[in-house]
Ligand binder design. Structure first.
Ligand code: FES
Length: 164
């Protein structure tokens, strides 16, 4: 959960720059440091801006495209402001067979957002992910760090209510 939203004043501060340089020293290849650096910066800022990517790229001496590739690959790295609660739903094969789409449609209806969007009050962001690792218990969603299995169109109402 993020206590501050839409925060990201873009320019990296001294502490962040120092962290990046230290991480860089830990590895033979700077590329290995990218994910820890992105996590560190996101923790305070809530998301990673384009400007941050360029700044990291300049320090690591890796192309911004490469860093962008890592940032967009990991579903826990956000490239634009997100809500205080992140709802992730699994859209992989087993959850598909178990009608995950009914759950997602219900979420659309309750929160009036579609995938990738954030509610007007900045309380929820809805994101698809490829698997949440509970394939025998689909449909599965995760809100922040909590997993919900065997979600139904009824239970999703109560689950979301809890985070309102
Ligand atoms: S297929 Fe949905 S959790 Fe793995």
């Amino acid at each position: 959960m993020y206590s501050k939203i839409k925060k990201n004043n873009h320019n990296l501060n001294e502490k962040e720059i120092k962290f990046i340089k230290n991480e860089k020293k830990k590895y033979l290849h700077s590329r290995s440091a990218i994910i820890e650096i992105l996590k560190f910066i996101q923790k305070k800022r809530g998301w990673i801006s384009k400007k941050n990517i360029i700044e990291i790229s300049n320090i690591l001496k890796i192309s911004a495209c490469d860093i962008e590739g890592v940032a967009t690959f990991y579903s826990n790295i956000f490239r634009k402001p997100v809500g205080r609660n992140i709802i992730k739903y699994c859209d992989s094969v087993v959850c598909y067979i178990n009608n995950y789409d009914l759950i997602v449609k219900k979420i659309y209806k309750i929160l009036k957002i579609k995938k990738g969007e954030t509610t007007n009050d900045d309380n929820f962001t809805l994101l698809p992910v490829c698997c949440l690792g509970k394939c025998d218990k689909g449909p599965v969603i995760m809100i922040n760090n909590k997993i919900y299995s065997n979600v139904t169109t009824d239970s999703i109402i109560k689950i979301i209510e809890f985070y309102k």
